[in-house]
Design a protein around this ligand. Structure first.
Ligand SMILES: [Zn+2]
Length: 128
């Protein structure tokens, strides 16, 4: 597997376990889980405070099937976490990995070749 894929899996895992550390959570006597996070186009309205426009939207769903679209300030407030900041970091890292895929994979194959060469060299030394 490519180094880039490893990094992407790792990044997803980290985000996943962060989200799972406080979801599902209680809000107005209902249990909500995270359904989706996306950038709205056109901009949306926050179902919690009524603010418009919101660009980054967290969708949360309750056990009775109700869904709320929530802006950054409100999702951070009702979860009492910095979810929006975390998500922005996640997205930035994701973009970084994708943009640098060529270099990451290229570098790891250079390192692998170097390690193979070293191993080969060591084996030769031992047989002398
Ligand atoms: Zn709001």
């Amino acid at each position: 597997m490519r180094k880039t894929d490893d990094l992407l899996i790792e990044l997803n895992r980290a985000f996943d376990s962060y989200v799972k550390s406080f979801f599902p959570f209680e809000y107005q006597n209902k249990t909500y889980r995270l359904v989706d996070i996306y950038v709205a186009s056109p901009w949306a309205r926050c179902d919690v405070c009524g603010n418009h426009p919101i660009k980054e939207v967290s969708v949360i769903g309750s056990s009775d099937g109700r869904q709320l679209r929530v802006g950054n300030d409100c999702i951070d407030r009702i979860t009492n976490r910095r979810l929006s900041e975390w998500f922005n970091d996640y997205r930035r890292n994701l973009q970084n990995i994708i943009n640098n895929r060529k270099y990451i994979d290229g570098l790891s194959s250079i390192i692998e070749a170097y390690e193979r060469m070293n191993f080969h060299f060591k084996c030769q030394m031992e047989t002398l």
